[in-house]
Design a protein around this ligand. Structure first.
Ligand SMILES: C[S@@+](CC[C@H](N)C(=O)[O-])C[C@H]1O[C@@H](n2cnc3c(N)ncnc32)[C@H](O)[C@@H]1O
Length: 345
């Protein structure tokens, strides 16, 4: 995408994620496990009305305060009445049951959100159902993933999955996510582009002065980090490298005093943890998007979110898909699923 000078990152965010009021007749997206609304922001920018469902009070408030859509604070279980009239259902069921950093108990993990997602698709029969999760779903839990796909197929959908990376949609972060679309023909994943934004592009102005209450690493934390890096055979220190895109932002590395934490090295050699706003910039939230709750809760909301720029690309793809007339929908490709596991270049 970049020919010549690229637009300054903050200006890029403000333009790409400018949020106008949705039209009253805009298609409706139900957003399950909505978090603070990273996914919903992208879909609202793409022209959808959204209605979120989320159990966490702070995240629900963040969604409702920043987006046009309502967010219902609710513990989702199969069988609940959600809302009629949905054109599409989107969502990010909790990834802990599938994350390679966890026990990967999949369907046996009580946090598994797929029964809820599938139940909603079965009841409301949207034109498109789209979910995102971690790559780990394709490993130890591959049989469960195939069951989920089979269930969607039995409901009459064509199912395609792809690993997308947020860096290809304009975020200054390498964040890979498995995205699965259950559709009726004619769905196209958004094209990957080379935006080239770095962590330095995203944070530059914020690093010129110290934030309020900066959290410097103490000497014992420095020692712990050094030990962690030796033990994990890190070739480069895991400080944020401002000349490249950031590694994946997570709840854990924003929140935690662990070897993995995201931190910047200052000119005087001290290292400090990122602020909520810095984490949000790396996730491609515009500065007008404000998070509710205590700092730890805000870090979780940021770390859990789908980067809004990647969500916008998916939202625009969903709009193009909905705009197809039924007779324009290509017949299902029999080999579609095998082909789509290739990562975008
Ligand atoms: C991966 S995050 C979703 C992030 C969101 N898609 C975004 O882009 O901001 C998963 C969310 O599901 C919520 N959650 C988990 N189990 C839930 C349940 N049974 N009912 C409602 N929300 C739930 C969590 O609180 C968390 O905010």
């Amino acid at each position: 995408m970049i020919a010549g000078a690229k637009k300054p990152y903050v200006a890029h965010l403000n333009t790409a994620l400018k949020l106008g009021k949705p039209r009253a007749d805009a298609p409706l997206a139900l957003d399950l496990f909505a978090g603070c609304g990273g996914l919903a922001l992208g879909f609202e920018v793409a022209g959808f009305r959204t209605l979120g469902f989320e159990m966490d009070a702070d995240a629900s408030r963040t969604y409702a305060k920043n987006l046009h859509g309502e967010c219902r604070q609710i513990f989702l279980e199969p069988g609940l009445n959600l809302a009629d009239g949905a054109d599409i259902i989107i969502g990010g069921p909790p990834c802990q049951p599938f994350s390679v950093g966890g026990l990967q108990e999949g369907s046996k993990d009580r946090r598994d959100g797929f029964p809820v997602f599938l139940d909603a698709v079965r009841r409301y029969r949207p034109k498109l159902a789209l979910f995102e999760n971690v790559r780990g779903m394709l490993y130890a839990n591959r049989p469960y993933f195939e069951q989920i796909v089979g269930r969607l197929e039995s409901l009459g959908y064509i199912v395609e999955e792809r690993l997308l990376n947020a860096v290809h949609y304009g975020a200054p972060q390498r964040r890979e996510r498995l995205v699965v679309a259950a559709h009726k023909g004619g769905w196209e994943f958004p094209k990957a582009e080379n935006f080239g934004y770095t962590a330095g592009d995203a944070l530059g102005d914020l690093l010129k002065s110290l934030p309020e209450n900066p959290k410097f690493l103490t000497a014992s934390m420095d020692t712990y980090v050094a030990k962690y890096e030796r033990a994990s055979k890190c070739v480069r220190p895991r400080d944020l490298h401002l000349d490249e895109s950031s590694r994946t932002v997570t709840c854990r590395n924003l929140n935690g005093a662990t070897g993995d934490m995201l931190r910047v090295k200052l000119a005087d050699g001290r290292r400090r943890r990122l602020t909520v706003r810095e984490g949000a910039r790396l996730q491609s939230f515009p500065d007008w998007f404000k998070f509710e709750g205590a700092e730890g809760s805000q870090f979780n909301q940021v770390g859990n979110a789908v980067p809004p720029l990647m969500a916008r690309a998916l939202g625009l793809a969903a709009m193009r898909y909905l705009a197809l007339a039924d007779d324009e929908r290509p017949a299902p490709k029999r080999s579609g699923r095998q082909l789509t596991l290739l990562e975008h270049a």
